[in-house]
Design a binder for this molecule. Structure first.
Ligand SMILES: [Fe+2]
Ligand SMILES: [Fe+2]
Length: 319
């Protein structure tokens, strides 16, 4: 048994999952028919493909400084996981466009700011930003994996995409952190850089997600939907309160000796991983995982058609 402090995780595995979505089965407000929650997640998803590619670029650069073959292999597997995530999120963002949600404009906004930050940041600073992004995704994933009620009324395929991504974000949550420590170092100067990366990433991350959310709500003429806004505020601030919990998770990161696996939540994702390994089916893995969390759901048949967005009724809105 390897130590949890080994780079990344001893079982990082590239699961090259490919989804196909049928627009006739999807709703514009795919997150439980709720416009504000949908656009909050759309705002986040618009940052995912480009954010993931930024993390991969940084990992490739830093990987060149590694000597240890085992660590290099871990980083390669991590990059492959992120590549699959960004590819599948591109597909989801394409679905949004099909419903008239201007995801492309929101993605462009994130990309332009990212390029400006990248232009003025050293490789080491970008490695620090990548570690902070991965901390953010790991904490968000843990909170959401422990909140199955949130996903009760979501399309099963989008739900299984979200769960697959969250499981793998948990699985590889330490790779960018270890990569930073192994290639940049652990002294006071590096600590300051790591904390600066966290503050900048969280500041920019929250700004980008909420800016995009308001933009998409405006474009969708849902800004005045007060009931939906109140529901979202309760979810992010109170129960399960994932924005509150993400902000609280900044505190341990500020510790000089912080390591992502000091919070060992491998048991949380064990059922999902075991089921996927046995069946190769993300929907079943999600079903069995949710059953362990007290939330079984009906399995839906996988469509066997070509892997693309199928729109029998373009622009259909079942919301
Ligand atoms: Fe990812
Ligand atoms: Fe990640």
């Amino acid at each position: 048994m390897q130590s949890p402090r080994d780079m990344g995780h001893d079982t990082i595995e590239h699961r090259d999952v490919k989804f196909d979505f049928d627009l006739s089965q999807l709703k514009k407000h795919w997150f439980n028919n709720d416009p504000w929650m949908t656009h909050l997640f759309n705002g986040l998803f618009c940052a995912v493909p480009d954010g993931e590619r930024w993390v991969m670029q940084s990992a490739r650069k830093q990987m060149g400084k590694l000597k240890d073959e085992k660590s290099i292999e871990t980083v390669k597997r991590f990059i492959k996981q992120e590549a699959s995530h960004s590819r599948e999120h591109d597909l989801v963002n394409a679905i949004m466009l099909n419903f008239g949600v201007p995801a492309d404009k929101a993605e462009k906004f994130f990309k332009q700011v990212r390029q400006k930050v990248q232009a003025v940041s050293s490789d080491d600073m970008q490695a620090s930003i990548a570690a902070a992004i991965e901390h953010f995704t790991a904490v968000l994933s843990e909170v959401l994996l422990e909140s199955p009620d949130l996903f009760d009324d979501m399309d099963p395929k989008i739900r299984s995409l979200v769960y697959w991504h969250m499981v793998e974000e948990t699985e590889h949550k330490a790779v960018s952190h270890e990569l930073f420590e192994q290639t940049v170092g652990k002294g006071p100067k590096q600590y300051l850089m790591r904390v600066t990366g966290l503050v900048g990433t969280f500041g920019f991350g929250f700004y980008a997600v909420f800016f995009n959310m308001f933009y998409l709500l405006y474009a969708d003429k849902q800004l005045g939907n007060v009931a939906s806004a109140v529901r979202m505020l309760k979810i992010i601030g109170y129960q399960p309160g994932f924005v509150r919990k993400i902000l609280m998770a900044c505190v341990p990161y500020l510790k000089p000796g912080f390591h992502p696996w000091e919070r060992d939540n491998r048991a949380l994702i064990a059922v999902w991983k075991e089921t996927y390994q046995r069946t190769g089916d993300v929907l079943q893995a999600t079903e069995e995982f949710r059953a362990t969390q007290g939330k079984p759901m009906a399995l839906h048949k996988r469509s066997a058609g070509k892997r693309q967005v199928k729109s029998s009724n373009p622009g259909a809105q079942a919301a």
